[in-house]
Design a protein around this ligand. Structure first.
Ligand code: RBV
Length: 447
């Protein structure tokens, strides 16, 4: 199915008449993102991003709309494309286009539309890139290296033959774990050509967004797709990183009879058992699972050998960034029939009659079937992104000298967000007395 889009000078979206609906939804998000609003107000006065072109490849959601507004308030020109073909909220694109964001995204875009949209963002010659999954950085680098593949062919139809857009980029930032893994691998190989700030690795991101954001929104995605009961179910989570931890915690809280974790790393496995989860190999877990969700960032976590022994009626989903965690070609080759049961549920029938329900085409279920993380969570992640954009502009020269590195977010920036969020939530902190400060600073006292 190819979705029809509307193209304007500064956008390609599903339907500009959804603007009013989008504006209302933006307001809803705005009232739940107080820290970002403070930053936006300051940006309005100080204009730290004046004339800076920001190219962003993010989930195009009501929360992202608020980050775009902060950038606009700071004086930036904003070019936005989707970081996933299923995560765009079409009413938001309509509202953003009306507000002057250059936006290229629609829900259910095909691969051609996806890379064309990235091409449109690249064509703006961004000075800052903000990625969620590193697709934008990765295409910019492929162009620079002169590589050609199907994706690049599509991008080139938009940008023409000039392929060196990297010269103009001061720096970038990466939103998600998968992106950081890709970028660190590039940096280790000497292939990364400009510095990327590791937003995902900052405490205000990964301690909250990855745990509580993913925890709630992934369950939300499963429920919106299936309307199933979680209580009484055997719930399997692949991976016990920050994301898997959040999902397992919420599944437990909703009454799953058993929450089983699969892991390859001993510390994570130990944490899981100490937090009351069971740990076993995937091969065993799939035999008894009612609901399975992958959260590993790796590929082929669920594959042929697992489909072969799954219980009939199981639902299988993924909350990792890319749709590679579940080997769908394996499932397709095993199945004799595939039925679309309801939105985001495809049922595969195996020769022995077993039914396996795949959710959201194996793409991240929280953004495919639900709305991604709640605005209260994205308030922290996107406040970091807004402040980091300002940091990149202010530290242009320093970053240039640093070159192709993945750079940790300065702790002062993370602290600003943490303190502001505490204030917004009426969380009052204690302060150290001078005596306590001296005690903590001295190794002579206390033994
Ligand atoms: N994410 N964005 C949203 N509502 O815009 N929800 C989740 C939103 C991000 C989140 O920060 C995570 O790192 C990434 O999506 C995974 O692609």
């Amino acid at each position: 199915m190819t979705i029809e889009t509307v193209k304007g000078e500064t956008y390609e979206i599903r339907d500009p008449t959804l603007k009013e609906e989008g504006l209302k939804t933006m307001q809803w998000a705005e009232s739940r993102m107080p820290v970002l609003q403070l930053i936006k107000k300051r940006f309005e006065k100080e204009k730290p991003l004046k004339g800076v072109r920001i190219g962003a490849c993010l989930h195009v959601t009501k929360e992202t709309s608020q980050l775009c507004e902060a950038w606009l308030a700071g004086g930036a020109e904003v070019y936005l494309c989707a970081s996933n073909p299923l995560s765009t909220q079409d009413e938001i694109t309509a509202a953003l286009a009306a507000k002057g964001v250059h936006v290229y995204a629609w829900k259910f875009m095909d691969a051609e539309g996806y890379y064309r949209s990235i091409g449109n963002v690249i064509n703006s010659r961004p000075e800052i890139t903000i990625d969620d999954g590193a697709d934008l950085v990765s295409i910019l680098h492929k162009l620079k290296r002169g590589e050609v593949d199907e994706e690049i062919e599509i991008v080139k139809q938009v940008i023409g033959e000039d392929t060196d857009f990297i010269e103009k980029v001061i720096g970038g930032a990466e939103e998600t774990t998968t992106g950081i893994i890709r970028l660190q691998a590039m940096a280790d190989d000497g292939a990364l050509l400009y510095p990327i700030m590791a937003t995902n690795s900052s405490p205000c991101k990964n301690l909250f967004d990855n745990v509580y954001g993913t925890g709630q929104s992934s369950i939300d995605g499963i429920l919106r797709a299936t309307a199933d009961l979680i209580a009484s179910k055997i719930f399997v989570v692949a991976g016990y990183g920050h994301c898997g931890k959040g999902v397992a915690m919420r599944a437990k809280g909703m009454g799953a009879r058993r929450v089983i974790v699969t892991e390859i790393e001993p510390h994570a496995a130990l944490q899981a058992v100490m937090e009351g989860m069971e740990v076993m190999p995937m091969k065993e877990a799939v035999k008894i699972a009612d609901i399975i969700i992958t959260a590993t960032g790796c590929k082929n976590v669920i594959r042929r050998e697992h489909f072969e022994v799954m219980k009939s009626g199981v639902t299988v989903s993924n909350t990792g960034h890319f749709n590679v965690e579940i080997n769908i070609p394996d499932l397709e080759s095993l199945a004799t029939e595939k039925i679309s049961i309801r939105p985001f549920v495809e049922q595969y029938i195996l020769p022995d009659g077993r039914q396996i329900n795949l959710l959201g085409e194996g793409r991240l279920i929280n953004l495919a079937a639900a709305e991604g993380h709640s605005p209260e969570i994205m308030d922290m992640s996107f406040s970091l992104q807004a402040l980091i954009s300002e940091y990149i502009v202010k530290h242009k020269q320093e970053l240039k000298e640093l070159g192709g590195k993945v750079v940790q977010i300065p702790s002062e920036i993370d602290d600003i967000v943490a303190h502001s969020k505490c204030e917004a939530l009426d969380v009052e902190l204690d302060t150290l007395t001078p005596e306590q400060e001296r005690y903590l600073a001295s190794w002579r006292v206390g033994t």
